[in-house]
Design a protein around this ligand. Sequence first.
Ligand SMILES: [Zn+2]
Ligand SMILES: [Zn+2]
Length: 125
Amino acid sequence: MERRNTMQRRLVLECVRELEHPNAEEVYKLVAEKKPNVSRATVYRNLHLLTEEGTIGQVRTGEGADRFDHIAQPHCHFRCRDCGKVFDAAFFPQPYPKPARVGGFYVESCNVEFVGLCPACDKKL
Ligand SMILES: [Zn+2]
Ligand SMILES: [Zn+2]
């Protein structure tokens, strides 16, 4: 049982790494392609556990379901309003390592979301 759990966890983590800020359903779909016998409940439970222990991060976007991020440190995101994909906003200087004391404030997390068109959608218009 223990071994099976470890294997499922690793598989879920691997899928989060492979996808670009996937939501839980997208992770489940990729897991199911690799191992059809893993249930949706197992995938959701493992996503929750990995987030709780800080192995993966969670991205709350202004729209749709929460997404998961293989980078657990706080960083800025860019959401495309056309295709809905979420990217790491590498063009923007990343604010603070976690946690940080800034001007008397103890910063534990940071959530900055840029919204616009990704390069592919920008080209389409
Ligand atoms: Zn786009
Ligand atoms: Zn990210």
